[in-house]
Design a protein around this ligand. Structure first.
Ligand code: ZN
Length: 84
């Protein structure tokens, strides 16, 4: 096993247990980079559920807004039509 690895950012050879790349000075904290929810103590289904609820909320809001806007536009065109 070599004691070096490639920096994921600048692809320079750096020490295997380096925390900061000596070339580009970026942090190499692999633990947070490996976005494994199990390691963070959050089950995947909980994460997916949260994201799903957020997306659902945003979608519902967007839909409501779009509906409302269409309603306004209809009213406006109706009103405009009567006026002329
Ligand atoms: Zn680097």
């Amino acid at each position: 096993m070599s004691r070096t690895k490639l920096c994921p950012y600048c692809k320079e050879k750096i020490k295997r247990d380096a925390i900061v790349c000596r070339y580009c000075h970026r942090e190499l904290n692999e633990k947070s980079e490996e976005k494994n929810p199990c390691q963070m103590g959050i089950p995947l289904w909980a994460l997916a559920g949260t994201v799903g609820v957020c997306l659902g909320g945003v979608f519902a809001l967007a839909l409501a807004l779009a509906k409302e806007r269409r309603h306004w536009q209809e009213e406006y065109t109706e009103w405009k039509g009567d006026d002329e």
